[in-house]
Design a protein around this ligand. Sequence first.
Ligand SMILES: Cc1cc2nc3c(=O)[nH]c(=O)nc-3n(C[C@H](O)[C@H](O)[C@H](O)COP(=O)(O)OP(=O)(O)OC[C@H]3O[C@@H](n4cnc5c(N)ncnc54)[C@H](O)[C@@H]3O)c2cc1C
Length: 403
Amino acid sequence: MSSQAPKEQSYDVIIIGGAIMGSSTAWFLTDNKDFNGKVLVVEKDPSYEFCSTTHTNSCMRQQFSAELNVRISQFAADFVKNIRSYMGNDDRVPELSVRNFGYMYLADNEDFANVLRESQQVQLDAGAGTQLMTPDEIKKNYPFYNVDDIVLGSINTVDEGFWDGTAVFDWWRRQAGERGVEYISNEVVSMTKNAAGTRVESVTLKSGETISCGQVVNASGPRASRTAGMAGIEVPVEPRKRYSWVFAAEKPLDRDLPLTIDPSGVHVRENGGGTYQCGGHSDIDPAVEYDDFTMDHSIWENHMWPIIASRIPQFEAIKVTSEWAGHYAYNVFDHNAIMGPHTEVENFIFLNGFSGHGLQQSPAMGRGTAEFLTYGEYRSLDLKPFNYERIVNNQPIIEKAII
Ligand SMILES: Cc1cc2nc3c(=O)[nH]c(=O)nc-3n(C[C@H](O)[C@H](O)[C@H](O)COP(=O)(O)OP(=O)(O)OC[C@H]3O[C@@H](n4cnc5c(N)ncnc54)[C@H](O)[C@@H]3O)c2cc1C
């Protein structure tokens, strides 16, 4: 697609990347009565073919070990289930729901079982409905699992499962555009700062235009580090390949398959109509090139399928119907979101490093970032613990439930 020039020479907010995080932020800005600024979203690939948002599993869960992550997902569930009312009762917006098959974490040792027990307490305190199950209870409720090596399971079937992330993304983008946010097909290639190095003054586009900005948001997914580098700053995010397979079972299960996290790290879930979706990565998990989406079929044959067929023997007879590789924007510091302003370049706002749980975080993080851009603080949910500052201060937020 040919590049588009911006209509103005100056914007209050320039968002780099128009996928789910950029569009959530743009939409929440338009929904905030105290924000009256001009917003430009620059997206290098308006087909969104290669972004993380398009490669996602599109599931949400309440089972996190950090309370703030639970609260963030609670808002996701509320937003999804009430999307039409959040979006001004626009009757073109579809009614959505969460397909609550739950996530089933399986522990094969006491150490991980203890992590599940501790996390359950955090989740219950935050109002989630997590249940722990003994192997016998798992077998009674889900007879298809092989639980011979399992010591404990953890599942929650409230606001946990599949949701239509594509519909939410489409409607944020569409309504933001209708409310005056300017989206252009172009690429940000460089930035200039003031003499003191404390502010980004302008961004330059691949097509040559230079535009000044009040604040700039890095919503560039796996390319976060490259974008930050344009302002001379660093963010510990790299692209890591994640493979997905959809398969049809010769004999489908007689009930919904929870999104099952096998102790090996392989995960598989219900996909509807006798099909299932499975995901994982290679044992060595290097950073990859931004444009490397080549599929490695051998991982399915040698790693995924044997694990799945051993966990669910009914999956010995299956046929893969589609497969793809996508990228996590992997935060190598602590696998959590990186938000808020840079500690020195104060109008450079991060929205990065979601490491595989960003889709469900997009409502809360977009809302929070819009609040920060408007007021210089978070108002609905205090997201400060996720600010960039923690990296400088070496204060990781340990989330034990990373998939
Ligand atoms: C296989 C897989 C499964 C996943 N499953 C889940 C799940 O079940 N639940 C969940 O919550 N999350 C999941 N995720 C994570 C989730 O998809 C991401 O966290 C989320 O989509 C990140 O959105 P984003 O907008 O930050 O990044 P992206 O979707 O990657 O978008 C970044 C955008 O920025 C653009 N861009 C980059 N640089 C520039 C530039 N210089 N100029 C202009 N544009 C630029 C890119 O073209 C891209 O469109 C999964 C991810 C993968 C890969």
